[in-house]
Design a protein around this ligand. Structure first.
Ligand SMILES: Nc1ncnc2c1ncn2[C@@H]1O[C@H](COP(=O)(O)OP(=O)(O)OP(=O)(O)O)[C@@H](O)[C@H]1O
Ligand SMILES: [Mg+2]
Length: 505
């Protein structure tokens, strides 16, 4: 296991004034699963873009099988057997799953006609290896973020004859899916494929990796074994020891902000794979952080988006009161008026204007909701931007930079910051720390706790059980759209999992 399949030597990459990589050496051996760790903005995605032909280095070189590689596009890299799963998925939502899997490499009959049947059959076979819930004839736009991630993985696997580079592939997956993905990765590796695995989930490292490279500030901070103690990894990652990840829970909570009793949402049109909320009982008090647990497909995202008026069109039935008043949540505007704000699990669709500056993205959202005439003094704008940068540690500290040029985790911080700026009473969060590094996660948790102590109510869905348990005062478990159990924070993980899966603990 010593042959090096893919490597980078002394690579430097600059974007305008930002030096994303400052002389990085990296090597991937045949059959190796190599974890690549680092804080948000450390340069992981940039390195992977060089290895996969998306960008070329300003200095230094990429080698494949020891020979200098001249990739001019991802296609060149693919032709060389290097497959990539990008952090922001590159699927076409308006096409079916099968069409996406074969995009650009369609199967044809002998006469050159597209062989739809063969593609469908093949697609079904490949999908079933990981996730049976996805139908290849479905449109990608109908899939949840987690399901889309699975499709991107299945697609990349078919190219990966020499190397597979995965940028946070498990960020949106459930435990079961992660297990299946790991099995597939182990199979690929034992057949000789080298795998670069980028993740913020440190607990995955010893399970799956053979070797670990940690990046910091555009450089390699260290190469180590996967069974290194977590504290050592964290120290390499953030350059300092970390204290408690989770803040202390609140002592007192206030009045009930959101009260749902037997609340069901009926979509105007049935939509496959969309689990409507059914007979949900749920309270969120002022000052309280309430978690939503459940397996993928349990209806967590659907509940949040239906409350906010974004999911599929439809109507709520049953009792919903907000701040003691019966409320009809018919539209986003109605939800905003009632004091709700929502951070979706879909960064791309979350209303970030990628070409516009971070500062503009932050203030545009509040101008839109606060001032109907679209006016806000330059001074107030600056204050708002400054407070967002401080509260959420957005990096680099430059509001003039385009949002699209931020690292994935930092884009997520902007999404959070801009919702908080609107001063909501009740904040709905769907996977708020996806793609955020451990250090920044701790800061976000502390920030959320602080907001709660100032009276905000927070309802947060997460597929990371330790996050729900560590952060929340209470956890409500959803199954098939309904609330089926409730626990107080600090509960044992297995109890919650059992309820989510409909088993005895
Ligand atoms: N197209 C770009 N234009 C300008 N700056 C960029 C561009 N792409 C990346 N950068 C900058 O390069 C640095 C490294 O970013 P990169 O995306 O590689 O980080 P990362 O390690 O993948 O972080 P994350 O864990 O948040 O995804 C960041 O400071 C980022 O803002
Ligand atoms: Mg990245």
């Amino acid at each position: 296991m010593s042959h090096v399949v893919l490597s980078a030597k002394g690579v430097v990459k600059r974007f305008g004034g930002v030096q994303a990589l400052r002389g990085v050496d990296f090597e991937l051996k045949v059959g190796e699963i190599h974890a690549l760790l680092g804080e948000n903005g450390a340069g992981k995605s940039t390195l992977m873009n060089l290895l996969s032909g998306v960008n070329t280095p300003d200095e230094g070189e990429i080698f494949i099988d020891g020979k200098p590689a001249r990739f001019h596009s991802p296609r060149d890299a693919q032709a060389a057997g290097i497959a990539t799963i990008f952090q922001e998925l590159d699927l076409v939502p308006s096409l079916t799953v099968a069409a996406n899997l074969f995009l650009g490499r369609e199967l044809v009959h002998r006469h050159g006609m597209l062989d739809g049947k063969a593609m469908l059959q093949e697609a079904r076979k490949r999908l079933e290896a990981i996730d049976r819930s996805i139908d290849p004839t479905q449109f990608v736009s109908e899939l949840s973020i987690g399901q889309r991630q699975v499709v991107a993985i299945v697609k990349a696997l078919s190219y990966a004859s020499r190397a597979l580079i995965m940028d946070e592939p498990t960020a949106a997956l459930t435990v079961g899916e992660v297990d299946r993905l790991f099995d597939i990765m182990r199979g690929l590796a034992s057949s000789g494929v080298g795998i670069v695995y980028i993740s913020h989930r440190l607990e995955e490292v010893p399970q799956i990796a053979h070797r670990v490279t940690v990046m910091r500030d555009g450089k390699v901070a260290g190469v180590t074994k996967p069974d290194a103690p977590q504290a050592e990894l964290v120290q390499l990652l953030v350059g300092r020891p970390l204290n408690e990840l989770y803040p202390r829970r609140a002592h007192s909570v206030g009045d009930v902000l959101l009260r749902m009793r037997q609340a069901s949402f009926r979509p105007h049109r049935a939509s496959p794979g969309w689990q409507a909320p059914i007979k949900v009982d749920l309270d969120v008090r002022s000052g309280e952080i309430v978690g939503l647990a459940g397996v993928m497909g349990a209806g967590r995202t659907e509940l949040l988006s239906a409350l906010y008026g974004t999911g599929v069109p439809g109507q709520w039935h049953g009792d919903i009161t907000i701040g003691g008043r019966p409320t009809r949540l018919k539209s986003i505007a109605a939800a905003r008026r009632a004091g709700l704000a929502f951070v979706t699990d879909d960064r791309r669709g979350a209303g970030l204007m990628l070409r516009m500056s971070v500062g503009l993205n932050l203030v545009m959202s509040i101008i839109r909701w606060i001032s109907p005439r679209g006016f806000m003094s330059a001074r107030r704008q600056e204050d708002a931007i400054k407070s967002s940068f401080g509260q959420f540690d957005i990096r680099p500290k430059n509001p003039g930079i385009a949002v699209g040029a931020l690292s994935g985790g930092n884009q997520q911080k902007v999404v959070l910051a801009k919702e908080v700026l609107g001063n909501p009473r009740l904040l709905l969060l769907d996977e708020p720390t996806r793609g955020v590094d451990v250090g920044a996660k701790g800061e976000i948790y502390a920030r959320l706790r602080k907001l709660a102590s100032e009276g905000l109510g927070i309802l947060v869905a997460s597929s990371e059980m330790p996050e729900l348990i560590g952060l929340c005062d209470r956890i409500v478990v959803l199954r098939n759209g309904s609330s089926v159990a409730e626990f107080s924070g600090g509960v044992d993980e297995h109890e919650v999992l059992a309820a989510a899966n409909g088993r005895e603990a």
